[in-house]
Design a protein around this ligand. Structure first.
Ligand SMILES: Nc1ncnc2c1ncn2[C@@H]1O[C@H](COP(=O)(O)OP(=O)(O)OP(=O)(O)O)[C@@H](O)[C@H]1O
Ligand SMILES: [Mg+2]
Length: 257
């Protein structure tokens, strides 16, 4: 199965940016193909990757339910969903994008989710990596739309309030008893050394610091201009940090320690 990285964190901490940088790091190392999953209802991972999704799993789910009565009985619902899933997939060169889209309404989604889970699992099997950009509530992880995760990255700005929010997300992941092999904290938007209060907070959280991603003016500028992160220069410090984080995750997985 692919190496699956889930990125979580409070709103605006840099989850989508980190997800896109990691996708890029995998591709640069020739280790693709990667499946990038945008699991945030307010999806923008595609923009950062320069890929545009026409539709989402959320829309497919609603569409299937509204047509269920018209579909012939038996396997056709399955086929409809399987085909719909492939229509949701945006194919790039070494990266494909799947947008989960809006959350569930008041209907009963069990049957649809059950089938979708099965086909998402099959789809996952064709990739070397899956990078999952989550929303803060970890909704998709909690509903097991996505299954096992090798690494959970919790992104936070380097200040005590943000770290406490990150801590709650780590707690939530543990409460949900997600099958996560490793967790790392990623400090994003770092400039200079952190005060010791940050180190104290991190040790209270009991989570390993995976990376410090510097504040990068070039990223801020690309975001302002709505340009994809592929246009970030090769030596951009945040790009280097994401590459090092990827290597660390892989090394620590191999060591199994
Ligand atoms: N290291 C960085 N240096 C400079 N700007 C950054 C950095 N990381 C993120 N940003 C900027 O911060 C803003 C929020 O980043 P991003 O969209 O990645 O966060 P998010 O956690 O995905 O947000 P949301 O919760 O809204 O999905 C963006 O404008 C992004 O360009
Ligand atoms: Mg985001």
């Amino acid at each position: 199965m692919p190496f699956t990285i889930a990125v979580a964190g409070k709103g605006g901490t840099g989850k989508s940016t980190l997800s896109a940088l990691l996708v890029q790091a995998v591709v640069e190392r020739g280790q693709g193909p990667v499946l990038a999953v945008d699991a945030d209802p307010n999806a923008n991972l595609g923009e950062l990757l320069g890929l545009q999704a026409e539709t989402s799993i959320g829309e497919l789910r609603e569409d299937t339910l509204s047509r269920v009565a018209d579909l012939p009985p038996g396997a056709s619902k399955e086929r409809y969903l399987e085909q719909g899933l492939h229509e949701c997939l945006v194919e790039g060169e070494a990266v494909d994008l799947l947008v989960m889209g809006r959350g569930e309404g008041p209907k009963c989604y069990c049957m649809v989710n059950h089938i979708l889970r099965k086909y998402i699992e099959v789809l996952r099997g064709s990739y070397a990596y899956v990078v999952l950009d989550n929303e803060a509530g970890l909704e998709h992880l909690s509903r097991r739309t996505t299954q096992d995760v090798d690494v959970l990255l919790v992104v936070a700005q380097p200040n005590p309030v943000a770290l406490r929010a990150a801590s709650r997300i780590v707690g939530l992941a543990r409460e949900l008893a997600l099958r996560v092999d490793r967790e790392y904290l990623v400090l994003n938007g770092v400039s200079g050394d952190e005060p010791s209060s940050i180190a104290d907070e991190m040790s209270r959280m009991g989570i390993t610091l995976g990376a410090r991603v510097p504040h990068d003016e070039e990223i801020a500028q690309l975001a302002l201009e709505g340009r994809p992160l592929s246009q970030l220069s090769m030596r951009a410090p945040a790009r280097t940090a994401a590459g090092e984080l990827l290597e660390r995750m892989l090394n620590e997985r191999k060591q199994g320690g």
